[in-house]
Design a protein around this ligand. Structure first.
Ligand SMILES: [Zn+2]
Length: 448
């Protein structure tokens, strides 16, 4: 400082200062900041500093005092079928193949319309925001309606350009899926809270030619490829009989396994296959609750982690979960990793929180924008209240987030600096008039 500068500087005008008792920024790994302030300006993180220093340096339009709270990046739900929220509890206690063939596909054939997707996606977006999820990666029919629901609620979305070989109400053949996807991408690719993935449903539902086209478009537009992979043993056995190789090997031969691929589930990977995923820098979307509920199995996350394969957490659709609740996923992931590795030290709380935030963002190629509280990133945030008696005593907020608290403890959510949940209430929830519409859908679906 030169001697001619004034000793007291004029405070800098900013939009928002959030004073929190604890802040877990995810980067640097393992850090927990006490009595710090996150400064937001123009929707972005402008600073992160001790509250005493922030009080001197910044003049915010709005100040939030989150004493007794922990502030962290918004959670990333790396695998959803948002519209399936309307099928929550519609078909329980069935194995995957029967669940799909006897219940889900017939319901979708009858009611899987644009109107269904609008309502189901809206419900899902609100459920996710309420639980601290600020970004989701979706795969479903009528993605235009999911885009509208995301825009109406203000949540960030990675939208799947879905490709599947069988006809649906949405598209009659593979060519039509690609045509509709291309039109959607052309219309929305520059929207601020949207990104896109190619979303071939699964190796058993998309042909070699379909995957070749997916790879070509993903390369041309620099997009991730979001695909179900190695969810069940049966999927692998059928591929060996039909194609003479595992689904992973077949997709690798088609060029579909690369650093842009998000392999969803990954319950059954051999050591050799995990080495291939590591070599290709492929990401995995771990969906432990869906895998448990459909009795698909348990992904070997300790082995995946030890190879430094990037992995994030997904809920899958509400028809196989039945909550779009990343807190449940991260707790299950932590517990299952310990029992899988036979090691209570496997996957500590900070590693799980990183999977639920930054690693999901990395899989979506959005880690330059979201996933940690680094200066310059978008202000996608959630605050969790730890001060209630039921959460006391608290020795370590990271441990509490993984093993104690739940989505009911999420009080505040911001996406790109806009408040979407405030002191426990979703902002302007009443404008969606949810209940009459949900009653109508219940009446329709129960008659099936
Ligand atoms: Zn899925």
């Amino acid at each position: 400082m030169s001697s001619i500068e004034p000793a007291i500087q004029t405070p800098v005008a900013v939009d928002l200062c959030i004073d929190a008792e604890w802040i877990i920024p995810i980067e640097p790994a393992g850090s927990v900041l006490r009595d710090h302030t996150l400064v937001v300006s123009h929707g972005r993180i402008a600073d992160l500093l001790p509250t005493t220093a922030a009080n001197e340096r910044y003049q915010p339009v709005e100040r939030r005092d989150l004493g007794g709270h922990v502030l962290l990046p918004g959670l990333v739900n790396l695998h959803t079928h948002a519209a399936m929220s309307l099928l929550r509890g519609f078909a329980d206690d069935l194995p995957l193949e029967r669940w799909l063939q006897e219940k889900i596909w017939p319901a979708e054939a009858r009611y899987g319309t644009a109107e269904f997707v609008s309502m189901g996606s809206l419900l899902a977006c609100l459920e996710m925001i309420s639980g601290g999820v600020t970004c989701f990666n979706d795969m479903y029919f009528f993605p235009e309606q999911t885009i509208e629901a995301a825009a109406a609620t203000g949540i960030r979305a990675a939208i799947g350009i879905i490709v599947i070989d069988f006809p649906t109400v949405y598209a009659q053949n593979t060519a039509e899926y690609f045509e509709k996807g291309a039109a959607l991408y052309a219309k929305h690719s520059s929207a601020p809270l949207l990104s896109f993935c190619l979303a071939p449903h699964a190796p058993y539902s998309v042909s070699d030619e379909g995957f070749r086209q997916v790879v070509s478009l993903a390369t041309q537009h620099d997009l991730p490829i979001h695909v179900h992979l190695h969810e069940t043993r049966r999927e692998i056995e059928e591929s060996l009989a039909l194609h003479g190789g595992t689904p992973l090997n077949r997709l690798d031969h088609l060029g579909a396994i690369s650093d842009r691929t998000i392999a969803v589930h990954g319950v059954y990977f051999t050591d050799e296959e995990m080495s291939l995923l590591a070599e290709r820098q492929t990401s995995v979307a771990h969906c432990p609750v869906s895998n448990l509920k459909l009795a698909s199995g348990i992904a070997n996350i300790p082995a995946i982690s030890s190879r430094e394969i990037n992995w994030g957490l997904g809920t899958d659709g509400a028809a196989s979960n039945n909550r779009l609740d990343i807190w449940q996923e991260l707790r299950q992931a932590a517990l299952l990793a310990k029992v899988t590795a036979n090691n209570a030290g496997s996957l500590n709380a900070h590693e799980v929180l990183r999977a639920a935030t930054l690693s999901g963002a990395k899989a979506l190629k959005l880690d330059h924008e979201i996933g940690s509280l680094s200066i310059g990133k978008s202000a996608d945030l959630c605050a969790v209240k730890l001060s209630q008696w039921i959460n006391q005593p608290c020795f370590d907020p990271a441990s509490h987030l993984v093993y104690v608290t739940g989505r009911e403890d999420v009080t505040d959510v911001w996406i790109a600096g806009k408040c979407r949940k405030n002191a426990g209430q979703i902002v302007d929830l009443s404008r969606f008039e949810l209940l009459p519409q949900l009653e109508l859908w219940h009446t329709r679906l129960i008659s099936l």
